[in-house]
Design a protein around this ligand. Structure first.
Ligand SMILES: C[S@@+](CC[C@H](N)C(=O)[O-])C[C@H]1O[C@@H](n2cnc3c(N)ncnc32)[C@H](O)[C@@H]1O
Length: 315
């Protein structure tokens, strides 16, 4: 930990330059959209403006920081404003030590203080406390910020690299504006929330096609997991065929009393289709229909160019 130097930043007559004495507008917008809810962690909370915002929006909010002095001031603000929030000294590089998990983590100005090595440690530390399907909202100094004063600048590419593109790219934003989910958001969400348990070894027979890089590529791509505790099987399937539906027949081989409990389908004839601010649900999951399980055989029709998640309840 680097407590003394961070404490020094909070020991002066006035607040440190980043401490604007109120929540940052980007986080106010999240609160207004109801996105600061459930159990929220504010990593590197300083004097707690974002933590207090989350708490006053109804979240069970915890702010952590390495600076005891900053936390003392945060607790003072909470008491003065009559807001119930908790503040603890903790190192954001080892959040797992808290022994807790969170629906949402917010970071206002912490990510950009870390060097490359600690950046990787921080990302791993965040992953250790964020629940499946949880969200991280991070605000840092942008490389588009002119001048050299202030912390290290961070580019979008660096952010993508740090979080491995799939973690952050699915949510799109525009400066000062709204946020919407990109098409890739949903498969990642489904895999993250439901892709839990033992991977099933599936033996797949599918018609195929020859492509520029490989021959006999199966039209069907499918993966499945068995969640014993949750008594479910979940299948993620893609039909790569441009114009024809695929009839899926799955032999459930001993998984008895099975029934389809959820079938979500995403499809669009245009593989380059995207969601936009004006059409945020152009490519989004819709309820699938027509699938059934009979005599341990699951059947469903997979539309052309489609992704689907099929969940099967057991017993
Ligand atoms: C730029 S300030 C941002 C503070 C606050 N989030 C805000 O928006 O006002 C960065 C904060 O991260 C804290 N910090 C630095 N390294 C940390 C670490 N390893 N773990 C937890 N907090 C840390 C500092 O004490 C400081 O309060």
């Amino acid at each position: 930990m680097t407590t003394p130097s961070w404490d020094a930043a909070y020991a002066g007559n006035g607040p440190p330059p980043w401490d604007v004495g109120r929540p940052q507008p980007a986080f106010i917008r999240l609160a207004e959209q109801g996105l600061l809810a459930g159990q929220v962690l504010d990593a590197g909370c300083g004097t707690g403006e974002q933590t207090l915002l989350a708490a006053s929006s109804g979240a069970d909010a915890l702010g952590v920081d390495v600076s005891p002095l900053a936390l003392e001031q945060a607790r003072g603000k909470a008491a003065a404003r009559g807001i119930k929030a908790r503040f603890e000294v903790a190192d954001a590089l080892s959040l797992g030590d808290l022994g807790m998990s969170f629906d949402t983590v917010i970071d206002s100005g912490l990510f950009h203080v870390f060097d490359d090595d600690n950046r990787a440690r921080y990302v791993a530390s965040l992953a250790s406390v964020l629940r499946p399907g949880g969200h991280l909202y991070l605000m840092c100094f942008s490389d588009r910020q002119p001048g050299a004063l202030g912390p290290r600048r961070v580019s979008q590419d660096e952010l993508r690299a740090a979080f491995e593109v799939n973690v952050i790219a699915p949510i799109m934003t525009e400066p000062g504006g709204a946020a919407w989910r990109q098409t890739t958001y949903y498969p990642y969400l489904f895999a993250s929330v439901y892709g839990r348990g033992d991977a099933l070894q599936l033996s797949v027979k599918s018609p195929g096609y020859d492509s520029e890089v490989a021959d006999n590529v199966p039209y069907l791509d499918i993966a499945g997991v068995h969640d014993e505790a949750g008594r479910t099987l979940t299948f993620f399937a893609v039909n790569r065929h441009e114009s024809e539906a695929l009839d899926l027949e799955l032999d459930l081989q001993g998984f008895r009393k099975a029934r389809i409990v959820d079938h979500q389908v995403m499809t669009n004839a245009d593989l380059d289709a995207v969601n936009t601010l004006s059409a945020p649900l152009a490519v989004a999951p819709r309820k699938g229909s027509g699938g059934e399980v009979k005599d341990e055989q699951l059947t469903a029709s997979l539309p052309p160019y489609s992704y689907q998640m099929l969940r099967v309840g057991l017993g």
